[in-house]
Structures are given as structure tokens and as C-alpha cells.
Design a protein around this ligand. Structure first.
Ligand code: CO
Length: 134
């Protein structure tokens, strides 16, 4: 059911510093920061030949990544995103298999303008999983 790895998301406290690490030290192509007020984060995309890295910085008072950064003050891998052809069919299959879909199970529009869902880390090897409609 899952397809390509769309991105790996890394939460950071200091976006300018993180973007500089990817741009200047690692030599990658790095986008401008884009505020995503609906998701409580700002994002920078690092484009690699086979996938993307999504840098996430908290935006606003109750950002969903604030607690993660309290536990991981140096930053860390926050989630991985797999593509699916049909997000509603994927959700229904996962629910039928007993997996927990976060946020009531209705897809939201994600950082790339496509519908996304998040899956409970306890059901997926301790990793928060994002599904994005391809
Ligand atoms: Co993501």
C-alpha cells in the first residue's frame, strides 16, 4: 500500500542554523522558510535526488512539536512520510487493521498542498508516520 518515501521530517529549535547546516555544510538545495499556521510549524524543504528532508521549527504558542523539542533539545527525527495513491482507502485499511489514525481520521491539507494523515507512533515501531496522497 505505501509507496515512495516522500520526506523525513526533522524538528529543530533554530531554523536558520539548521538550514545553514544543510545548505553550507552538507551542500544541499534548501528552500526558504514557509510558515504553516494550520500546523503550528514553519517548514524548510531540503531537496535531495531521491527524497526530501523537511525541517520543522515551532510556530506559535502551542506548536505540536514543542513537547518533542523539550525531550530532544538538539532536535531530532520527528516523522517519516510515505506516499499512498488513495488516502481514504489507506485510512480505511489501517483502521480495519486496528491502527490509530490521529486527529479524528479526516485528512488535512499538508505542507505540499496535498491531503495528509498522521498515524500513532505506538502502532508503527515507535515512529510517527505521515501519509500523503501522491
Ligand atoms: Co511531513
Amino acid at each position: 500500500m505505501i509507496g515512495r518515501l516522500n520526506h523525513v521530517a526533522i524538528a529543530v529549535k533554530d531554523m536558520a542554523k539548521a538550514a545553514a547546516v544543510y545548505r553550507d555544510t552538507l551542500g544541499a538545495g534548501v528552500s526558504e522558510a514557509v510558515p504553516q499556521p494550520d500546523h503550528g510549524v514553519s517548514t524548510v524543504f531540503v531537496t535531495l535526488p531521491n527524497t526530501k528532508i523537511e525541517l520543522l521549527e515551532p510556530l506559535g504558542a502551542d506548536s505540536p512539536i514543542a513537547k518533542f523539542l523539550e525531550r530532544n533539545p538538539d532536535g531530532g527525527i520527528h516523522h517519516i512520510c510515505y506516499e499512498v495513491d488513495d488516502i481514504l482507502a489507506a485510512r480505511d485499511r489501517l483502521v480495519a487493521k486496528g491502527a490509530r489514525v490521529l486527529g479524528g481520521g479526516e485528512p488535512k491539507i499538508g505542507a505540499h498542498g496535498k491531503p495528509v494523515l498522521f498515524l500513532h507512533p505506538k502502532d508503527f515501531c515507535g515512529t510517527l508516520v505521515e501519509l500523503e496522497q501522491a
